[in-house]
Design a protein around this ligand. Sequence first.
Ligand SMILES: [Zn+2]
Length: 531
Amino acid sequence: MARERLYLFDTTLRDGAQTNGVDFTLNDKLAIARMLDELGIDYIEGGYPGANPTDTQLFAEPRGLKASFTAFGMARRPGRSTSNDPGLAALLEAKADAICFVAKSWDYHVRVALETSAEENLASIRDSVRAAVRNGREVLLDCEHFFDGYKADSSFALACAKTAYDEGARWVVLCDTNGGALPHEVEKIVADVVAVIPGSHVGIHAHNDTEQAVANSLAAVRAGARQIQGTLNGLGERCGNANLVSIIPTLKLKREFADCFDTGVSDAQLRTLAHASRTLDEMLNRAPNRHAPYVGESAFATKAGIHASAIMKDPATYEHVPPDTVGNRRKLLVSDQAGKSNVLAELDRIGLKVDKDDPRIARLLDVLKEREAVGYAYEAADASFELLARRILGKVPNYFAVEKFDVSVEQRDNAVGQRVTVSLAVVKVKVDGDTLISAAEGNGPVNALDLALRKDLGKYQSYIKGLELTDYRVRILNSGTEAITRVLIESQDETGERWTTIGVSPNIIDASFQALMDSIVYKLVRSDAPA
Ligand SMILES: [Zn+2]
């Protein structure tokens, strides 16, 4: 069977930008576009030129992308001519390789929202596509609410799609705008459409309101659609758009699709997928979803000892695809449920060579069990586990010692009479025989302590200057009569490496201090800092 080409269309910069709390700058948009281009995406939708200054400027900039950079906008307004529609004019003026028009395809929306006739809606589609084709652009038509429209009046919905195709639109994109369609409906309706318009010209744009945007996209491909629209990490308003980060590896690694289709994403590009997904989260200042399929930190994490020992023998026993194909890695969790095999596997992964009968392994297991019993959770704190293991194996230098610290919290009126709460931390550190004292103010006691601790570490200062805390989580555990606080801190360095450390104590400052110290020491170990 001849292989067919599937086209990937990313709308992170347009539909994804509708997400609550997301506000891309021009530089963000350019950086994301370059990242999508490097990933091998065929079409990158940049936004609405003419609708806001950022997008107008984006479409005026030289971009140098291999992908078709696509401008999005409305088909001409009812009752206007194409030459007398400023929105359409801005689209035609934009430096875009392709133009994607959005138009109604649900008769109810045409009547109620657009307040026009079916004929005028079809004329608007025809005129808009014609104008853009004459301008030498590749044209796409997003048929808004196509699936609901098809259920209400299939001949009208089809007529909207067919009008665009007949007028020379390269793609007619069937949109499940409110995200309510189900996979079997999508498969059936797309099959009806490709009987009229060749599937090589049909696209799918799914939203995730029933958590089936990925399934709906794949259902459309099974029925004959050959373009898939989606966003990185499923970004998008409400529950998001179809997640390309899940769709791409499915198309490339699952035989039903991999045997029949080519995409623009090579195997080497697929290995950068986890990185791309995390980079976007970083730009959005969000903690990555650990449980994200394929790319999440826990996507290939195994806890139970029996599974871990099987994975050591042959990973295919418990993994649906090899983690490195998407740039992820296998992770064997260390926990009190786990046996020696998890610990040995984890030591092996972090490069600590120990004989399996070494008595220090039994000691490490004992310490792990003791600590997990009082509230430590090493499976969530890989860096603290590594430090603990290295300490028991005698491999962590005493870089510096904190002789004492003092944290105070003061509430008072500031100079303009507002009530403010200020925290101050003073830390006394001994490095190489020298005593260093640093003080810092912070917006809270932990922040102040962190700033003071990292202010002056003498000869180690250069190693930690790129270190930053990216996430701080506190959980109160109730064990017996007293509450115990567990703190997890996620850190990141200048290379983008992330790690998590843990602290447990009845006192939140003390728990935070342990986690902060582990983070700094871990960074020094990773940087091969001299003792
Ligand atoms: Zn959408």
